[in-house]
Design a binder for this molecule. Structure first.
Ligand SMILES: Nc1ncnc2c1ncn2[C@@H]1O[C@H](COP(=O)(O)OP(=O)(O)O)[C@@H](O)[C@H]1O
Ligand SMILES: [Mg+2]
Length: 254
């Protein structure tokens, strides 16, 4: 990477400045941060394209990647960056193999995370088309997904998990409505829980859709059953008791 590009990225990606400083202080030659060379070049592409104007700060850091708030063409954006180095090939392959939308995609240990990012983006597109309340996808390149940011200038939307106590029961029926739309779209979320639903203006936003699979996928019904069971547990905490069978019937499965 040329020095010019590095300077440019240093200017545009605020968290990168921190990471680079830490790297110098610790005097390490390599580090396991998210800003490896390939990722920085992917950022460069999205910055030059105008999708991203500035990367402000991390909203969340996870084991598979980080989510940053940034500024794009029309205001705030959420930027999800998958870590290139720690992809679990077998773990991720289970959700890609058997998905007709990705039947002819070549993947290796080195590129699986790129396929995964593509899949998450495609799932967002398919959910938006089906009217599911998910962050609208904006752009993607390599291991970076840019999407609508849920929240405002003071804070990102909180997780359902953290606001559960203060919510009215109504949210349960709003979540069921989203589950109904996801099922109708024949795309099973597969990791639905209080950790992957944001709440903003008392409405649920479904996030983290990388693992979602079409109903024709061999794991689909197993994942659907698990989602239903998980959500029954969450609904109970929110004051609404229903059996998995009731919920399956509510969302149109049986
Ligand atoms: N579009 C978004 N707007 C606001 N916050 C988001 C958005 N997408 C993700 N987040 C935040 O980032 C966290 C991690 O995102 P998620 O997609 O669940 O990735 P993972 O769980 O795989 O790390 C979420 O729990 C949420 O707090
Ligand atoms: Mg998550």
């Amino acid at each position: 990477m040329s020095r010019d590009i590095d300077e440019y990225l240093y200017e545009k990606i605020v968290p990168y400045r921190e990471e680079r400083r830490e790297k110098c202080m610790e005097d390490r030659k390599t580090y396991d941060g998210v800003f490896d060379k390939r990722t920085l070049l992917a950022f460069y592409k999205l910055l030059k394209r105008g999708t991203i104007e500035i990367v402000e700060f991390p909203i969340s850091t996870g084991k598979e990647g980080d989510v940053f708030r940034g500024i794009g063409k029309n205001g705030y954006i959420a930027i999800k960056v998958y870590r290139m180095s720690t992809a679990n090939y077998r773990g991720l392959s289970r959700f890609i193999d058997g998905d007709d939308r990705f039947a002819h995609i070549h993947k290796t240990k080195d590129t699986i995370i790129l396929v995964w990012a593509r899949k998450e983006y495609r799932n967002l597109e398919d959910y938006v088309r089906a009217g599911v309340r998910v962050p609208a996808p904006i752009d993607r390149w390599k291991n970076i997904i840019v999407m609508e940011y849920i929240g405002d200038e003071t804070r990102p939307a909180p997780l359902l998990k953290t606001v559960m106590e203060n919510l009215k029961k109504d949210i349960v029926y709003d979540i069921i409505e989203e589950m109904r739309k996801m099922y109708k779209a024949k795309l099973i979320h597969g990791d639905l829980s209080e950790y992957n639903i944001l709440v903003w203006d008392n409405l649920p936003w479904i996030i983290d859709v990388g693992q979602a699979v079409p109903l024709t996928h061999p794991l689909a019904y197993k994942l659907l059953a698990r989602d239903i069971k998980n959500m029954c547990r969450v609904f109970k905490k929110l004051g609404v008791e229903m059996t998995p069978k009731d919920l399956a019937s509510e969302i149109g499965v049986i």
